[in-house]
Write a protein of this length. Structure first.
Length: 159
């Protein structure tokens, strides 16, 4: 009797929601396409769900906190209450990283690791300069700010 090989498991898709905005439409569409769907409320939970599975696909949806902030990773634009914020590539990535934490503190080490790599040995004040410039641009554009959590890192807050 010939043995048949079972079909491979359906691709795994991880949808990140903001907690404020349920990602139902995306989840329904992904599930309808035959994929296994898992939902995380934030990036930290998403990383825990992914574990070491490199085949997982992450679809970010509404991961920014509800501060009137919209970050479009495709066009690389950030808007606060509909007003475009003109950011350098580093400032954009910095805002994206801090915003994805949903108001929780992101450590300096994590930020440096994401922006420049874990083995970065450059000037330790480079991050301070980028944070300062980002703060100024956010202040000009609206009511967002970056709060320093002394000895730990930074978080997005109402400015």
């Amino acid at each position: 009797m010939p043995t048949t090989t079972p079909p491979p498991p359906a691709p795994r898709v991880l949808v990140i929601g903001s907690g404020n905005e349920p990602p139902g439409t995306i989840v329904e569409a992904v599930a309808a396409a035959g994929h296994r769907v898992e939902v995380a409320q934030d990036v930290a939970e998403a990383l825990a769900l992914i574990g070491g599975a490199p085949a997982a696909v992450v679809v970010a949806h509404g991961a920014e906190p509800a501060f009137g902030l919209h970050i479009d990773p495709v066009s690389r634009e950030a808007r606060i209450d509909g007003r475009r914020v003109d950011l350098t590539p580093t400032e954009f990535e910095l805002l994206r990283l801090i915003a994805a934490a949903g108001g929780r503190t992101v450590t300096r080490e994590r930020i440096v690791g994401v922006l420049w790599g874990v083995r970065w040995t450059g000037d330790q004040h480079a991050l301070d300069v980028h944070i300062s410039k980002l703060r100024g641009k956010l202040r000009e554009a609206g009511t967002l700010g970056v709060t320093t959590v002394h000895g730990v890192g930074y978080r997005l807050d109402r400015g």
